[in-house]
Design a protein around this ligand. Structure first.
Ligand code: AR6
Length: 180
């Protein structure tokens, strides 16, 4: 029989920070990647710059193996964090915003799957950017609502703190509103 936890898992604490996610001291930093896993702009560019060549090398290995066709939207996968302060980077691919098609479930999946992968690694603190709200065009208020709702509904075994790292004042305000 597997051992039963003494107390049921709780929702992680949710913390808001304004700043650059690559400055964060967290066990896991989540990357708003694209399906190629081979880098890009925004958060992705910053993570590869600060993480260094080890991150790209690990991503190339994923592409050469199980992820030959890339990472699907809404999924997540971990690599080394290279020179970043984190132990791991969890790469996830947000949906491109569409005004005509509701892709909210895919955006929620990014947060849920990233948290699951982080939790499987035993991480206690996880830093997230506002996935899809940059190049992928998702309206910040709605992106913040989906992020906060999804994380609050999660019951990870190890993760105790989820930190949303917001680049500017507007993003921070949107997440603050979503927390209320
Ligand atoms: N730290 C925290 N937040 C940041 C940082 C940073 N260093 N840089 C940007 N943001 P984006 P997406 C904010 O475009 O919309 C890439 O090219 C930014 O202001 O990084 O999911 C990938 O390769 C915005 O609010 O990610 C993909 O092709 C949020 O982070 C594509 O962009 C997300 O912006 C993914 O687009």
């Amino acid at each position: 029989m597997s051992p039963q936890p003494v107390t049921p898992p709780a929702a992680p604490a949710v913390v808001l920070v304004q700043g650059d996610i690559t400055d964060q001291d967290a066990d896991v930093i989540v990357n708003a990647a694209n399906s190629s896993l081979l880098g890009g702009g925004g958060v992705d560019g910053a993570i590869h710059r600060r993480g260094g060549p080890a991150v790209l090398e690990a991503c190339r290995k994923l592409r050469a193996g199980h992820y030959g066709r890339g990472l699907a939207t809404g999924q997540a996968v971990a690599t080394t964090a290279g020179n970043l302060a984190a132990r791991l980077v969890v790469h996830t691919v947000g949906p491109v915003y569409s005004p005509t098609e509701d892709r909210s479930a895919l955006l929620a999946s990014c947060y849920r799957e990233s948290l699951r992968v982080a939790d499987e690694s035993g991480a206690r603190t996880v830093a997230f950017p506002a996935i899809s709200t940059g190049v992928y065009g998702w309206p910040m208020d709605d992106g913040a609502r989906i992020a906060v709702e999804t994380v609050r509904a999660a019951r990870p075994a190890f993760v105790q703190e989820v930190r949303f790292v917001l680049f500017d004042v507007e993003a921070y305000a949107a997440f603050e509103a979503a927390m209320r």
